[in-house]
Structures are given as C-alpha cells and as structure tokens.
Design a protein around this ligand. Sequence first.
Ligand SMILES: NC(=O)c1ccc[n+]([C@@H]2O[C@H](COP(=O)([O-])OP(=O)(O)OC[C@H]3O[C@@H](n4cnc5c(N)ncnc54)[C@H](OP(=O)(O)O)[C@@H]3O)[C@@H](O)[C@H]2O)c1
Length: 283
Amino acid sequence: MKMRVVITGANGQLGTALVENAPENVEIVPHTREDFDLRDINALERFLRETSPFVVINTAAFHDTEACETEFEEALFVNAIIPTIMARILEKIGGIVVFISTDYVFDGEKRGELYLEDDLPNPLNRYGISKLAGEVGVSKLSAKFYIFRLSSLFGKTTKRTGNFVLKIIEKATKGKPLRVVNDIFMTPTYAPDAAKRIWEVLLGNFSPGVYHVSNSGITSWFDFAKEILRIKGIDKDVMPVSHTEIKTKVKRPLWSPLGSKYLSPLRHWGEALKEYLEVESWT
Ligand SMILES: NC(=O)c1ccc[n+]([C@@H]2O[C@H](COP(=O)([O-])OP(=O)(O)OC[C@H]3O[C@@H](n4cnc5c(N)ncnc54)[C@H](OP(=O)(O)O)[C@@H]3O)[C@@H](O)[C@H]2O)c1
C-alpha cells in the first residue's frame, strides 16, 4: 500500500517540487488555497480526518517578511497556530507532521560558520519569531515530527516575480536599476534539490527532529544577482548597496548559511541555479 502524504501549499515553490519529485511508493494528496483556506480550522480538521494521511508536509506559510511586521497576529496564526493545531490533530489520528522552517530563526551572529541544527535560534524579525513559534508548537505537541529549515528558495512558481531570481530578471529586462545588498550572506536553495532531500529523510532511516536543508556555498545577494544575469546572458549593471541603505521594516540576519550535522551537503547553489535557468525554460 502506498504511503498517503498531504502536501499543503502544493502549488507553491517547495510544494510543486515535492509533488514533482514524489517517490513512487507515495500517494500525494495536494492541498492548495483553492481547496480551502487553512485558516478555516474546522475545514482543516475535517480534511485531515477524512484523508487520514500518514504524513502532512506543511509548506504553506505567510512569508512576506515586510507584511509579517505589520500583520504579526496573522503571521503567528498561519506560521505557528495552524501548524500546531495540525500537529495536535495528527497526533490524535496517528499522522506525522512535517513543518518547513527558515534560516530566519537565527540572528546572524555566527559569522564565518554554518548554522547547524542545534545552534540556538534567536530570530530578529516577526516572520522568524512566528516560524520559531511554529517549530516549538509542532515539536511540543508531536511525539514524532520533522522540521526542515530551508533558506532563500528558488523554484517553479506561477507568480512571475515569485522569487529573487525572477525579480532580478524581470527588473533587468525592463531596464530598471538594480541595487542589491552586498553585506547579507546566505545560501540560495533550489526547491527541487530541497524537495528530493526532504523525501530522502522522510523515507529513509532518519530520526524525527530538526534538519537543515540548503544547497552548499555561501554568497551575498549582490553576487547572487550578478550570477543570475551572467547565466542568462543579460548585460546589466548591478549596484552594490549596504543593508543600511535599504528602506525596510524588517531586521534581517546578515549571515544565515545553513549546514547539517546529519545530512551530506547538497550540490553548490551555482550549479543548481544554472539548471533552473537553463533547463527550466519557463523562466
Ligand atoms: N521562499 C523562501 O525563500 C523560503 C526560505 C526559507 C523557508 N521558506 C519556507 O518554505 C516554505 C515554502 O516556501 P515557498 O517559497 O514554496 O512558498 P510559496 O511559493 O509562497 O508557497 C506557499 C503556498 O502556501 C499557500 N498558502 C499560504 N497560506 C495559505 C493558507 N492560509 N491556506 C492555504 N494555502 C496557503 C500559498 O497559496 P497562495 O499562493 O494562494 O498564497 C502558496 O501556494 C514556507 O514554509 C516558507 O516559510 C521559504
């Protein structure tokens, strides 16, 4: 019998990659906002009881970091309360919850080193706080849970400017000026690479707990932007700016590359970016 897995946010970047890379012995039940809004807790409980999944991979999130600052209650509800309720329902019906978290749970103070799974979180912004609250809720209410922390995703998305890569290409091709921060460092992560790794962990012999999943290599957003344009063959200047010059309500960690104590490194982000831009002709 196939293992039934619900994927929320199934048409998002990670959700799409999880669906497209699902192993054969898995029966996917995709969930999107069109089915129902996850904030409808009664509908959520009915759905989980009727579907009776072995695993729910909850990729749905409120991750507009600027909006999370002003809509903190909403951020907490979507990113923490809903996953916690999900965990509670699954605990009752015998399912496992998988929560997708972020490098933004860290404060960036570990400069020069990768953040590992047991490093102490200390989020600097409300998005990070809401995701950490989700981690705590899920881990406290589930006997068996998986938390995957990801960073700076790029992958298939129906939204034309749905990620940094597409935003840079869109702006460059429209002739708009490109000002990109050169003092914030992270690891860009290709959604299909992350999805394959998540499946490996869920179907492999890995203990429940927290795992960091990102491509390898560290870059600034400025160098990332330059590499996107180089691969696309777009001749356009990028102006490096400091994070202090960007008008924003969000305090971001200046350093958040992830590493794992338990999982082998994924390929370099540059190789993955090339595949995204060259093989996936839809960009
Ligand atoms: N993107 C990143 O750089 C990044 C980095 C680290 C971690 N993460 C985490 O990784 C996960 C996946 O990110 P992603 O980039 O794949 O996100 P995404 O492309 O925006 O996909 C998220 C999906 O969740 C759906 N969703 C959100 N709220 C919902 C609700 N209340 N009811 C039903 N569906 C809802 C969205 O639907 P709509 O399109 O209708 O809103 C969207 O399809 C998230 O948990 C995020 O916090 C992301």
